[in-house]
Ligand binder design. Structure first.
Ligand SMILES: [Zn+2]
Length: 475
């Protein structure tokens, strides 16, 4: 054999993981015991014997010893710059066992009231990198940064302005991002008002090209439809205790004008070929968004995967229409768990029981689960457990297994669809990118409630190991 053979030459794999459970999470529920990776792609998924032929002298071979491999997690709604600025603080607390409750329930909006949390490019870069380290340790290989733009340039946090975009561009050019990032541009204020004219101007000025769209991609635009139910802001047909019904955040002369302007924003973005993610919690806001998307798609067919974010009061009819319009529902089960008591306080038990329609959205095939970190901690294992609790006790062991599969797909396959990337990420198969996570146990052997106890041992993005648990003693 000749010396100085290049790594990966002659079909040698760069990385082989064998002797465990490899879960493709594809439609056929493919399972193997081994997987091989070469130049960022899966080249083999099968049994231990089938990967033998691609193991060469430069191949790193990991003995899984019964552990599980599955596609990397895609946290499809995660404010990484903000998360990196305030972690381990989160809005609802929890998630980092090392920190305990002392850090919990600090309001991140006011945590930097005296000065912005971040005030320079260097600080923003550092925050993004810090979040990147954290999420790599959680097996997250893709995320969507939902809402960056000029309306937040003088915002109180400094975590959502245009400069954050520039920080992402720099980090991508340096190949310093540890996960694939999709960005939604924001024209207006985070959780606040926006104006149609500014939105139109912003679309015209938007820089849409990135150097490596598979690593950093401008996905589309974020619109804040309404606020949240506990603040009596969600626009709903139900009566709040004071008899009010909330309303839209988009500025307008009256409710009808606000609705007209929200619809115009959706139309403008759709016609510009941009994906739209609308923060919408009230049933009337959700109905309006779905209705306008359906009209836009009927008029100008385009597969842009528009979606509703949060969807607290989405009705079964709205979920069905979402599916018909090719839309998604991006929901955070931990927010349901944390705020259902508040919702019950303002809209009653019956409305609360029907809220956060996880079961309907799963059945309709539209559900992506996400953390909205740092609202919640970015730990998808807790998200799966929270969704499971919201769904109630499964009727059988078969249902438990099916539910685990569906909830894991809501963190992998479904968000890949949101990213228009299901053809190359979100499942494991030869030809798909090597974005994967190694779990200490097969998740199908535990209940969703037990999943938070299952350790994360290894995270791989594009074939590169971006996290390895120190105590895991991997091959
Ligand atoms: Zn958010």
């Amino acid at each position: 054999m000749q010396h100085a053979e290049r790594p990966g030459a002659d079909g040698q794999a760069d990385l082989v993981l064998r002797g465990g459970a490899v879960l493709a999470l594809d439609d056929a529920d493919t399972r193997g015991t081994a997987i091989a990776v070469r130049r960022g792609r899966v080249v083999e998924l099968g049994d231990d014997a089938s990967v033998e032929r691609v193991i060469g002298s430069d191949t790193r071979v990991v003995d899984l010893a019964g552990r599980a491999v599955m596609p990397g997690i895609n946290d499809s709604h995660l404010h990484a710059c903000w998360l990196g600025a305030i972690w381990p603080t989160t809005f609802f607390g929890g998630g980092d066992p090392a920190q305990g409750a002392a850090e919990a329930s600090v309001d991140p909006h006011t945590a930097g009231a005296a000065a912005p949390l971040l005030s320079s490019r260097a600080e923003r870069r550092a925050a993004i990198l810090r979040a990147g380290e954290l999420i790599a340790s959680l097996g997250i290989t893709s995320y969507t940064e939902p809402g960056i733009g000029p309306g937040e340039d003088r915002g109180e946090t400094g975590c959502f302005g245009q400069d954050v975009f520039d920080a992402y561009f720099e980090l991508d050019a340096e190949r310093a991002l540890r996960a694939r990032v999709n960005v939604l541009a924001l024209f207006g204020v985070l959780d606040g008002p926006s104006r149609l004219e500014e939105f139109g101007d912003g679309l015209n000025r938007l820089v849409r090209e990135t150097a490596h769209p598979e690593r950093l991609r401008l996905a589309g635009v974020k619109i804040f439809g309404d606020g949240i139910p506990p603040m009596l802001q969600a626009w709903t047909r139900h009566d709040y205790p004071d008899g009010s019904h909330g309303g839209l955040l988009v500025e307008g002369a009256d409710p009808a004008d606000r609705e007209r302007r929200l619809r115009a924003m959706i139309r403008l973005a759709h016609d510009a070929g941009l994906q739209v993610g609308v923060h919408a919690t009230g049933d009337l806001t959700i109905d309006t968004v779905v209705d306008e998307v359906a009209l836009a798609v009927a008029r100008t067919p385009a597969d842009l995967r528009h979606y509703v974010i949060h969807g607290d009061l989405a009705t079964p009819a709205a979920v069905a229409r979402l599916a018909e319009a090719g839309m998604g529902l991006n929901l955070q089960a931990g927010i349901a768990a944390a705020t259902s008591g508040w919702l019950e306080g303002v809209l009653g038990a019956e409305v609360t029981r029907a809220a956060w329609p996880i079961a309907e959205a799963l059945r309709a095939g539209v559900l992506s689960l996400s953390s909205d970190a740092p609202i919640l901690a970015p730990d998808w294992r807790h998200g799966v457990a929270a969704a499971d609790a919201w769904l109630g006790t499964p009727a059988s062991d078969a249902e438990r297994v099916a539910r685990m599969g569906a909830l894991l797909r809501a963190y992998t396959v479904a968000p890949a669809r949101q990213d228009l990337a299901e053809g190359w990420k979100g499942t494991l198969a030869p030809g798909m990118v090597a974005d994967l996570v190694v779990l200490e146990r097969d998740p199908f052997d535990v209940s969703p409630a037990e999943l938070p106890e299952v350790g994360i041992d290894l995270t791989v993005v594009d074939g590169d190991i971006v996290y390895e648990r120190a105590t895991a003693a991997i091959g």
